[in-house]
Unconditional design. Structure first.
Length: 245
């Protein structure tokens, strides 16, 4: 698995700001993945090791990798920030100019026409005249009486036509974020194993004091930070469906 991440990092496009940042973060997490257990075990080299009981030895191991916990948490925050930045910068369909009253009225008529169609035809709105389809795409789905899924497909199809090259580049950024998120998760698993974490409560008691300053600065909660993100959350290009709303 580590070799996969190494290869993936090496093929990232460093001329893309997002991918450069992600690559730097992934290298750090890859280092954690490969050294967490060894780093924790180095606690045994301490002169006081022989005088510690089992609880003390576990605490000593955890002290050795405390910075790994902080780094992993910091990367989680940074990745979420990048996700938010990409989502806010996604291309949007151009709307009608505010002073284009005739165009606004025309769009309203087109959407009213679509609402009057049988459901079967509304489900195939992409096959209608391009001006009608555009009017549907420029407004929320309910104004035309089309399903959200159909509306999303319509918006995405139109954006691919007008911003195809840009979307391809964004897709490569999104892929980088998705794999970085997976590497962060794998590094976290390795940290917990090295720290001999038995359950989630045990991890919380140990890790939360370490990351509390970061949580406060980021304005997030411990559970939110460590909750595994859903696929639809990572699939930022799915947000294109709401770009026209």
């Amino acid at each position: 698995m580590s070799q996969f991440f190494i290869d993936f990092i090496n093929q990232l496009d460093s001329s893309r700001p997002v991918q450069k940042k992600v690559g730097d973060m992934m290298r750090v997490q890859l280092g954690i993945l490969g050294t967490a257990k060894e780093k924790a075990a180095s606690a045994a080299k301490s002169p006081r090791w022989e005088h510690l009981n089992d609880i003390g030895r576990k605490a000593a191991k955890r002290d050795e990798i405390a910075d790994y916990v902080k780094s992993n948490a910091q990367t989680r925050v940074a990745l979420r920030k990048l996700q938010s930045e990409i989502k806010s910068s996604l291309p949007k369909l151009p709307g009608r100019e505010k002073d284009d009253l005739a165009g606004v009225l025309q769009d309203q008529e087109y959407r009213a026409y679509v609402r009057s169609l049988p459901q079967e035809q509304r489900d195939r709105v992409q096959r209608l005249h391009p001006d009608i389809a555009a009017a549907v795409a420029r407004a929320p789905a309910e104004l035309s009486g089309v399903p959200e899924s159909v509306h999303g497909e319509l918006v995405n199809a139109m954006l691919r036509q007008t911003h195809g090259v840009e979307l391809a580049r964004i897709a490569s950024d999104v892929s980088a974020l998705e794999w970085a998120d997976e590497l962060v998760r794998q590094a976290d698993i390795e940290i917990r194993a090295a720290a001999e974490v038995q359950h989630e409560t045990d991890f919380r008691v140990w890790a939360r004091p370490l990351v509390d300053p970061l949580l406060t600065e980021a304005g997030t909660g411990f559970d939110d930070l460590y909750r595994r993100q859903k696929p639809e959350t990572l699939n930022l290009l799915g947000a294109l469906a709401s770009a026209a709303e």
